[in-house]
Design a protein around this ligand. Structure first.
Ligand SMILES: [Zn+2]
Ligand SMILES: [Zn+2]
Length: 277
């Protein structure tokens, strides 16, 4: 399978010239096997997808990890939603008291958005995701609730012999410098276990995390430790802090790599990057 990173930024999009190297669009990746495609998260990165060229099928599947704005901000401007002949399937977690549909309705309705969900012209199908495993064509998908404010899932997506794990917003342990020794105390570890590619939250520096405990994100150090515990083959550091310039981010990463010696590749996500698995 092939993975394209359309949006790598967390929290809010940034057009600053200082953020162009790693990209300014918020979370969205696309996973491709031949003529089959999956979109995961609908941040502003989704607006970089050329639907006319690449989506010849009438069916489009979009998986959502959660409904924080940086993961759905592009949804209302996503072209297929406004095409009556398209069948758009949205998959994501419901809330404990509200359905996924009513939660999406809060964003896709005035005063936040001019068109209400029920008036969107495509054939929109909404599916709530519990902890479950299901198949979409040649992709076998596991969704599991992970530690982040509000209902949030991570995804493990298997295609043939390869697996990708996507956990863009995640605080694996609360307020600790290191993971618990017991695997069962670490959020979402099963999703990442022995995965071929782990795309994981790395919003903060270690110092920043100290002031942001409980905000739901990881330091770069925590992302690497988590990846090592899961025996992942390859880690891509995702959900860049929009307040970090490219230079700051690069320096933070280089300093980290000089001090640590992990036996798997670690890199910073770059908007537009393609990875072949
Ligand atoms: Zn986010
Ligand atoms: Zn979030």
């Amino acid at each position: 399978m092939r993975v394209i990173l359309h949006g790598t930024r967390g929290a809010y999009p940034t057009s600053s010239i200082e953020n162009q190297k790693y990209g300014g669009n918020t979370s969205c990746i696309e996973i491709i096997d031949g003529d089959q495609r999956l979109i995961v998260d609908a941040g502003t990165g989704i607006l970089g997808i050329d639907f006319d060229q690449h989506y010849t099928s009438d069916r489009i599947d979009i998986l959502l990890t959660h409904l924080h704005l940086d993961h759905i901000q592009g949804l209302g401007f996503c072209k297929p939603l406004f095409e009556p002949d398209k069948e758009v399937h949205l998959w994501g977690p419901g809330g404990s008291t509200n359905s996924l549909q009513s939660r999406l309705n809060r964003f896709l309705s005035p005063p936040l958005f001019p068109v209400v969900l029920r008036d969107i012209p495509c054939n929109l199908q909404i599916h709530e995701l519990p902890n479950t495993t299901f198949s979409l064509g040649r992709f076998n998908i596991t969704s599991e609730f992970i530690s982040h404010p509000g209902p949030t899932v991570g995804f493990r997506i298997q295609n043939g012999s390869k697996t990708l794990t996507y956990i863009p917003d995640h605080e694996p342990v609360l307020g600790r410098a290191h993971l618990y020794k017991e695997d069962e105390w670490v959020s979402g570890l099963g999703l990442a276990m022995r995965t071929n590619l782990l795309i994981h939250d790395s919003q903060y520096s270690k110092k920043e995390y100290g002031d942001k405990v409980g905000w739901g994100h990881s330091s770069l150090e925590m992302a690497a430790e988590y990846s090592a515990r899961a025996h992942a083959d390859h880690l891509i550091l995702f959900h860049h802090n929009p307040a970090h310039s490219d230079d700051f981010r690069t320096q933070m990463f280089d300093t980290f790599m000089e001090k640590h010696n992990y036996d798997f590749p670690i890199e910073l996500a770059v908007q537009g990057q393609e990875i072949e698995l």
